[in-house]
Design a protein around this ligand. Structure first.
Ligand code: SME
Length: 165
């Protein structure tokens, strides 16, 4: 199946493809261009959420930032969400504590999963590092079971590395 351009939203070109690798590879240079020259963290995180939501249509995509020892909700796209998450709690707190990406194919099978929405069935959480310290996480939720895999982990890790913390 060939890739073709769906439409252009402002400066974002969205592609119609069922191949997530193609989708990420189209999106990443555009995200890089979007945030280059802008040093405001919140503005950049907000545009990253928007770009990801526009291309992939995920149920929820957003950031939590470490503030005074807990994760606090940052820019996101999707339904309202819980605002604070303690270290080690839920998938986000576990990814923070373990300082690694967590792919959760079935949130009901993850002990301590925090259900901001009962519609969320699978999730991926990718830490943002400031040197060796976790400074926040990117959290993506899907209404579909087993929606995320190593390809998402690989590319989302590339995307969060674009962010200067
Ligand atoms: N499910 C997450 C909480 C954040 S929401 O999904 C937006 C967790 O278990 O940490």
């Amino acid at each position: 199946m060939g890739t073709y351009f769906c439409f252009m939203a402002e400066d974002l070109i969205l592609i119609c493809s069922t191949d997530k690798k193609e989708q990420y590879e189209s999106l990443i240079p555009q995200i890089s261009a979007l945030i280059t020259g802008e040093d405001d963290l919140i503005a950049n995180l907000a545009n990253i959420c928007s770009a990801l939501k526009e291309q992939f249509g995920w149920f929820w995509v957003g950031f939590y930032l470490v503030k005074q020892g807990e994760l606090v909700l940052g820019p996101f796209q999707g339904p309202v969400a819980c605002t604070r998450i303690a270290k080690g709690k839920g998938v986000c707190g576990a990814a923070w504590e373990q300082a690694q990406t967590l792919v959760v194919p079935d949130v009901d099978a993850f002990p301590g999963h925090i259900a901001c929405s009962s519609l969320s069935r699978s999730e991926i959480v990718v830490p943002l590092f400031n040197h060796d310290e976790v400074a926040g996480v990117l959290d993506v939720d899907s209404e579909l079971l087993d929606h995320f895999d190593a390809t998402d982990a690989y590319y989302l890790e590339q995307i969060v590395k674009l962010v200067a913390l």
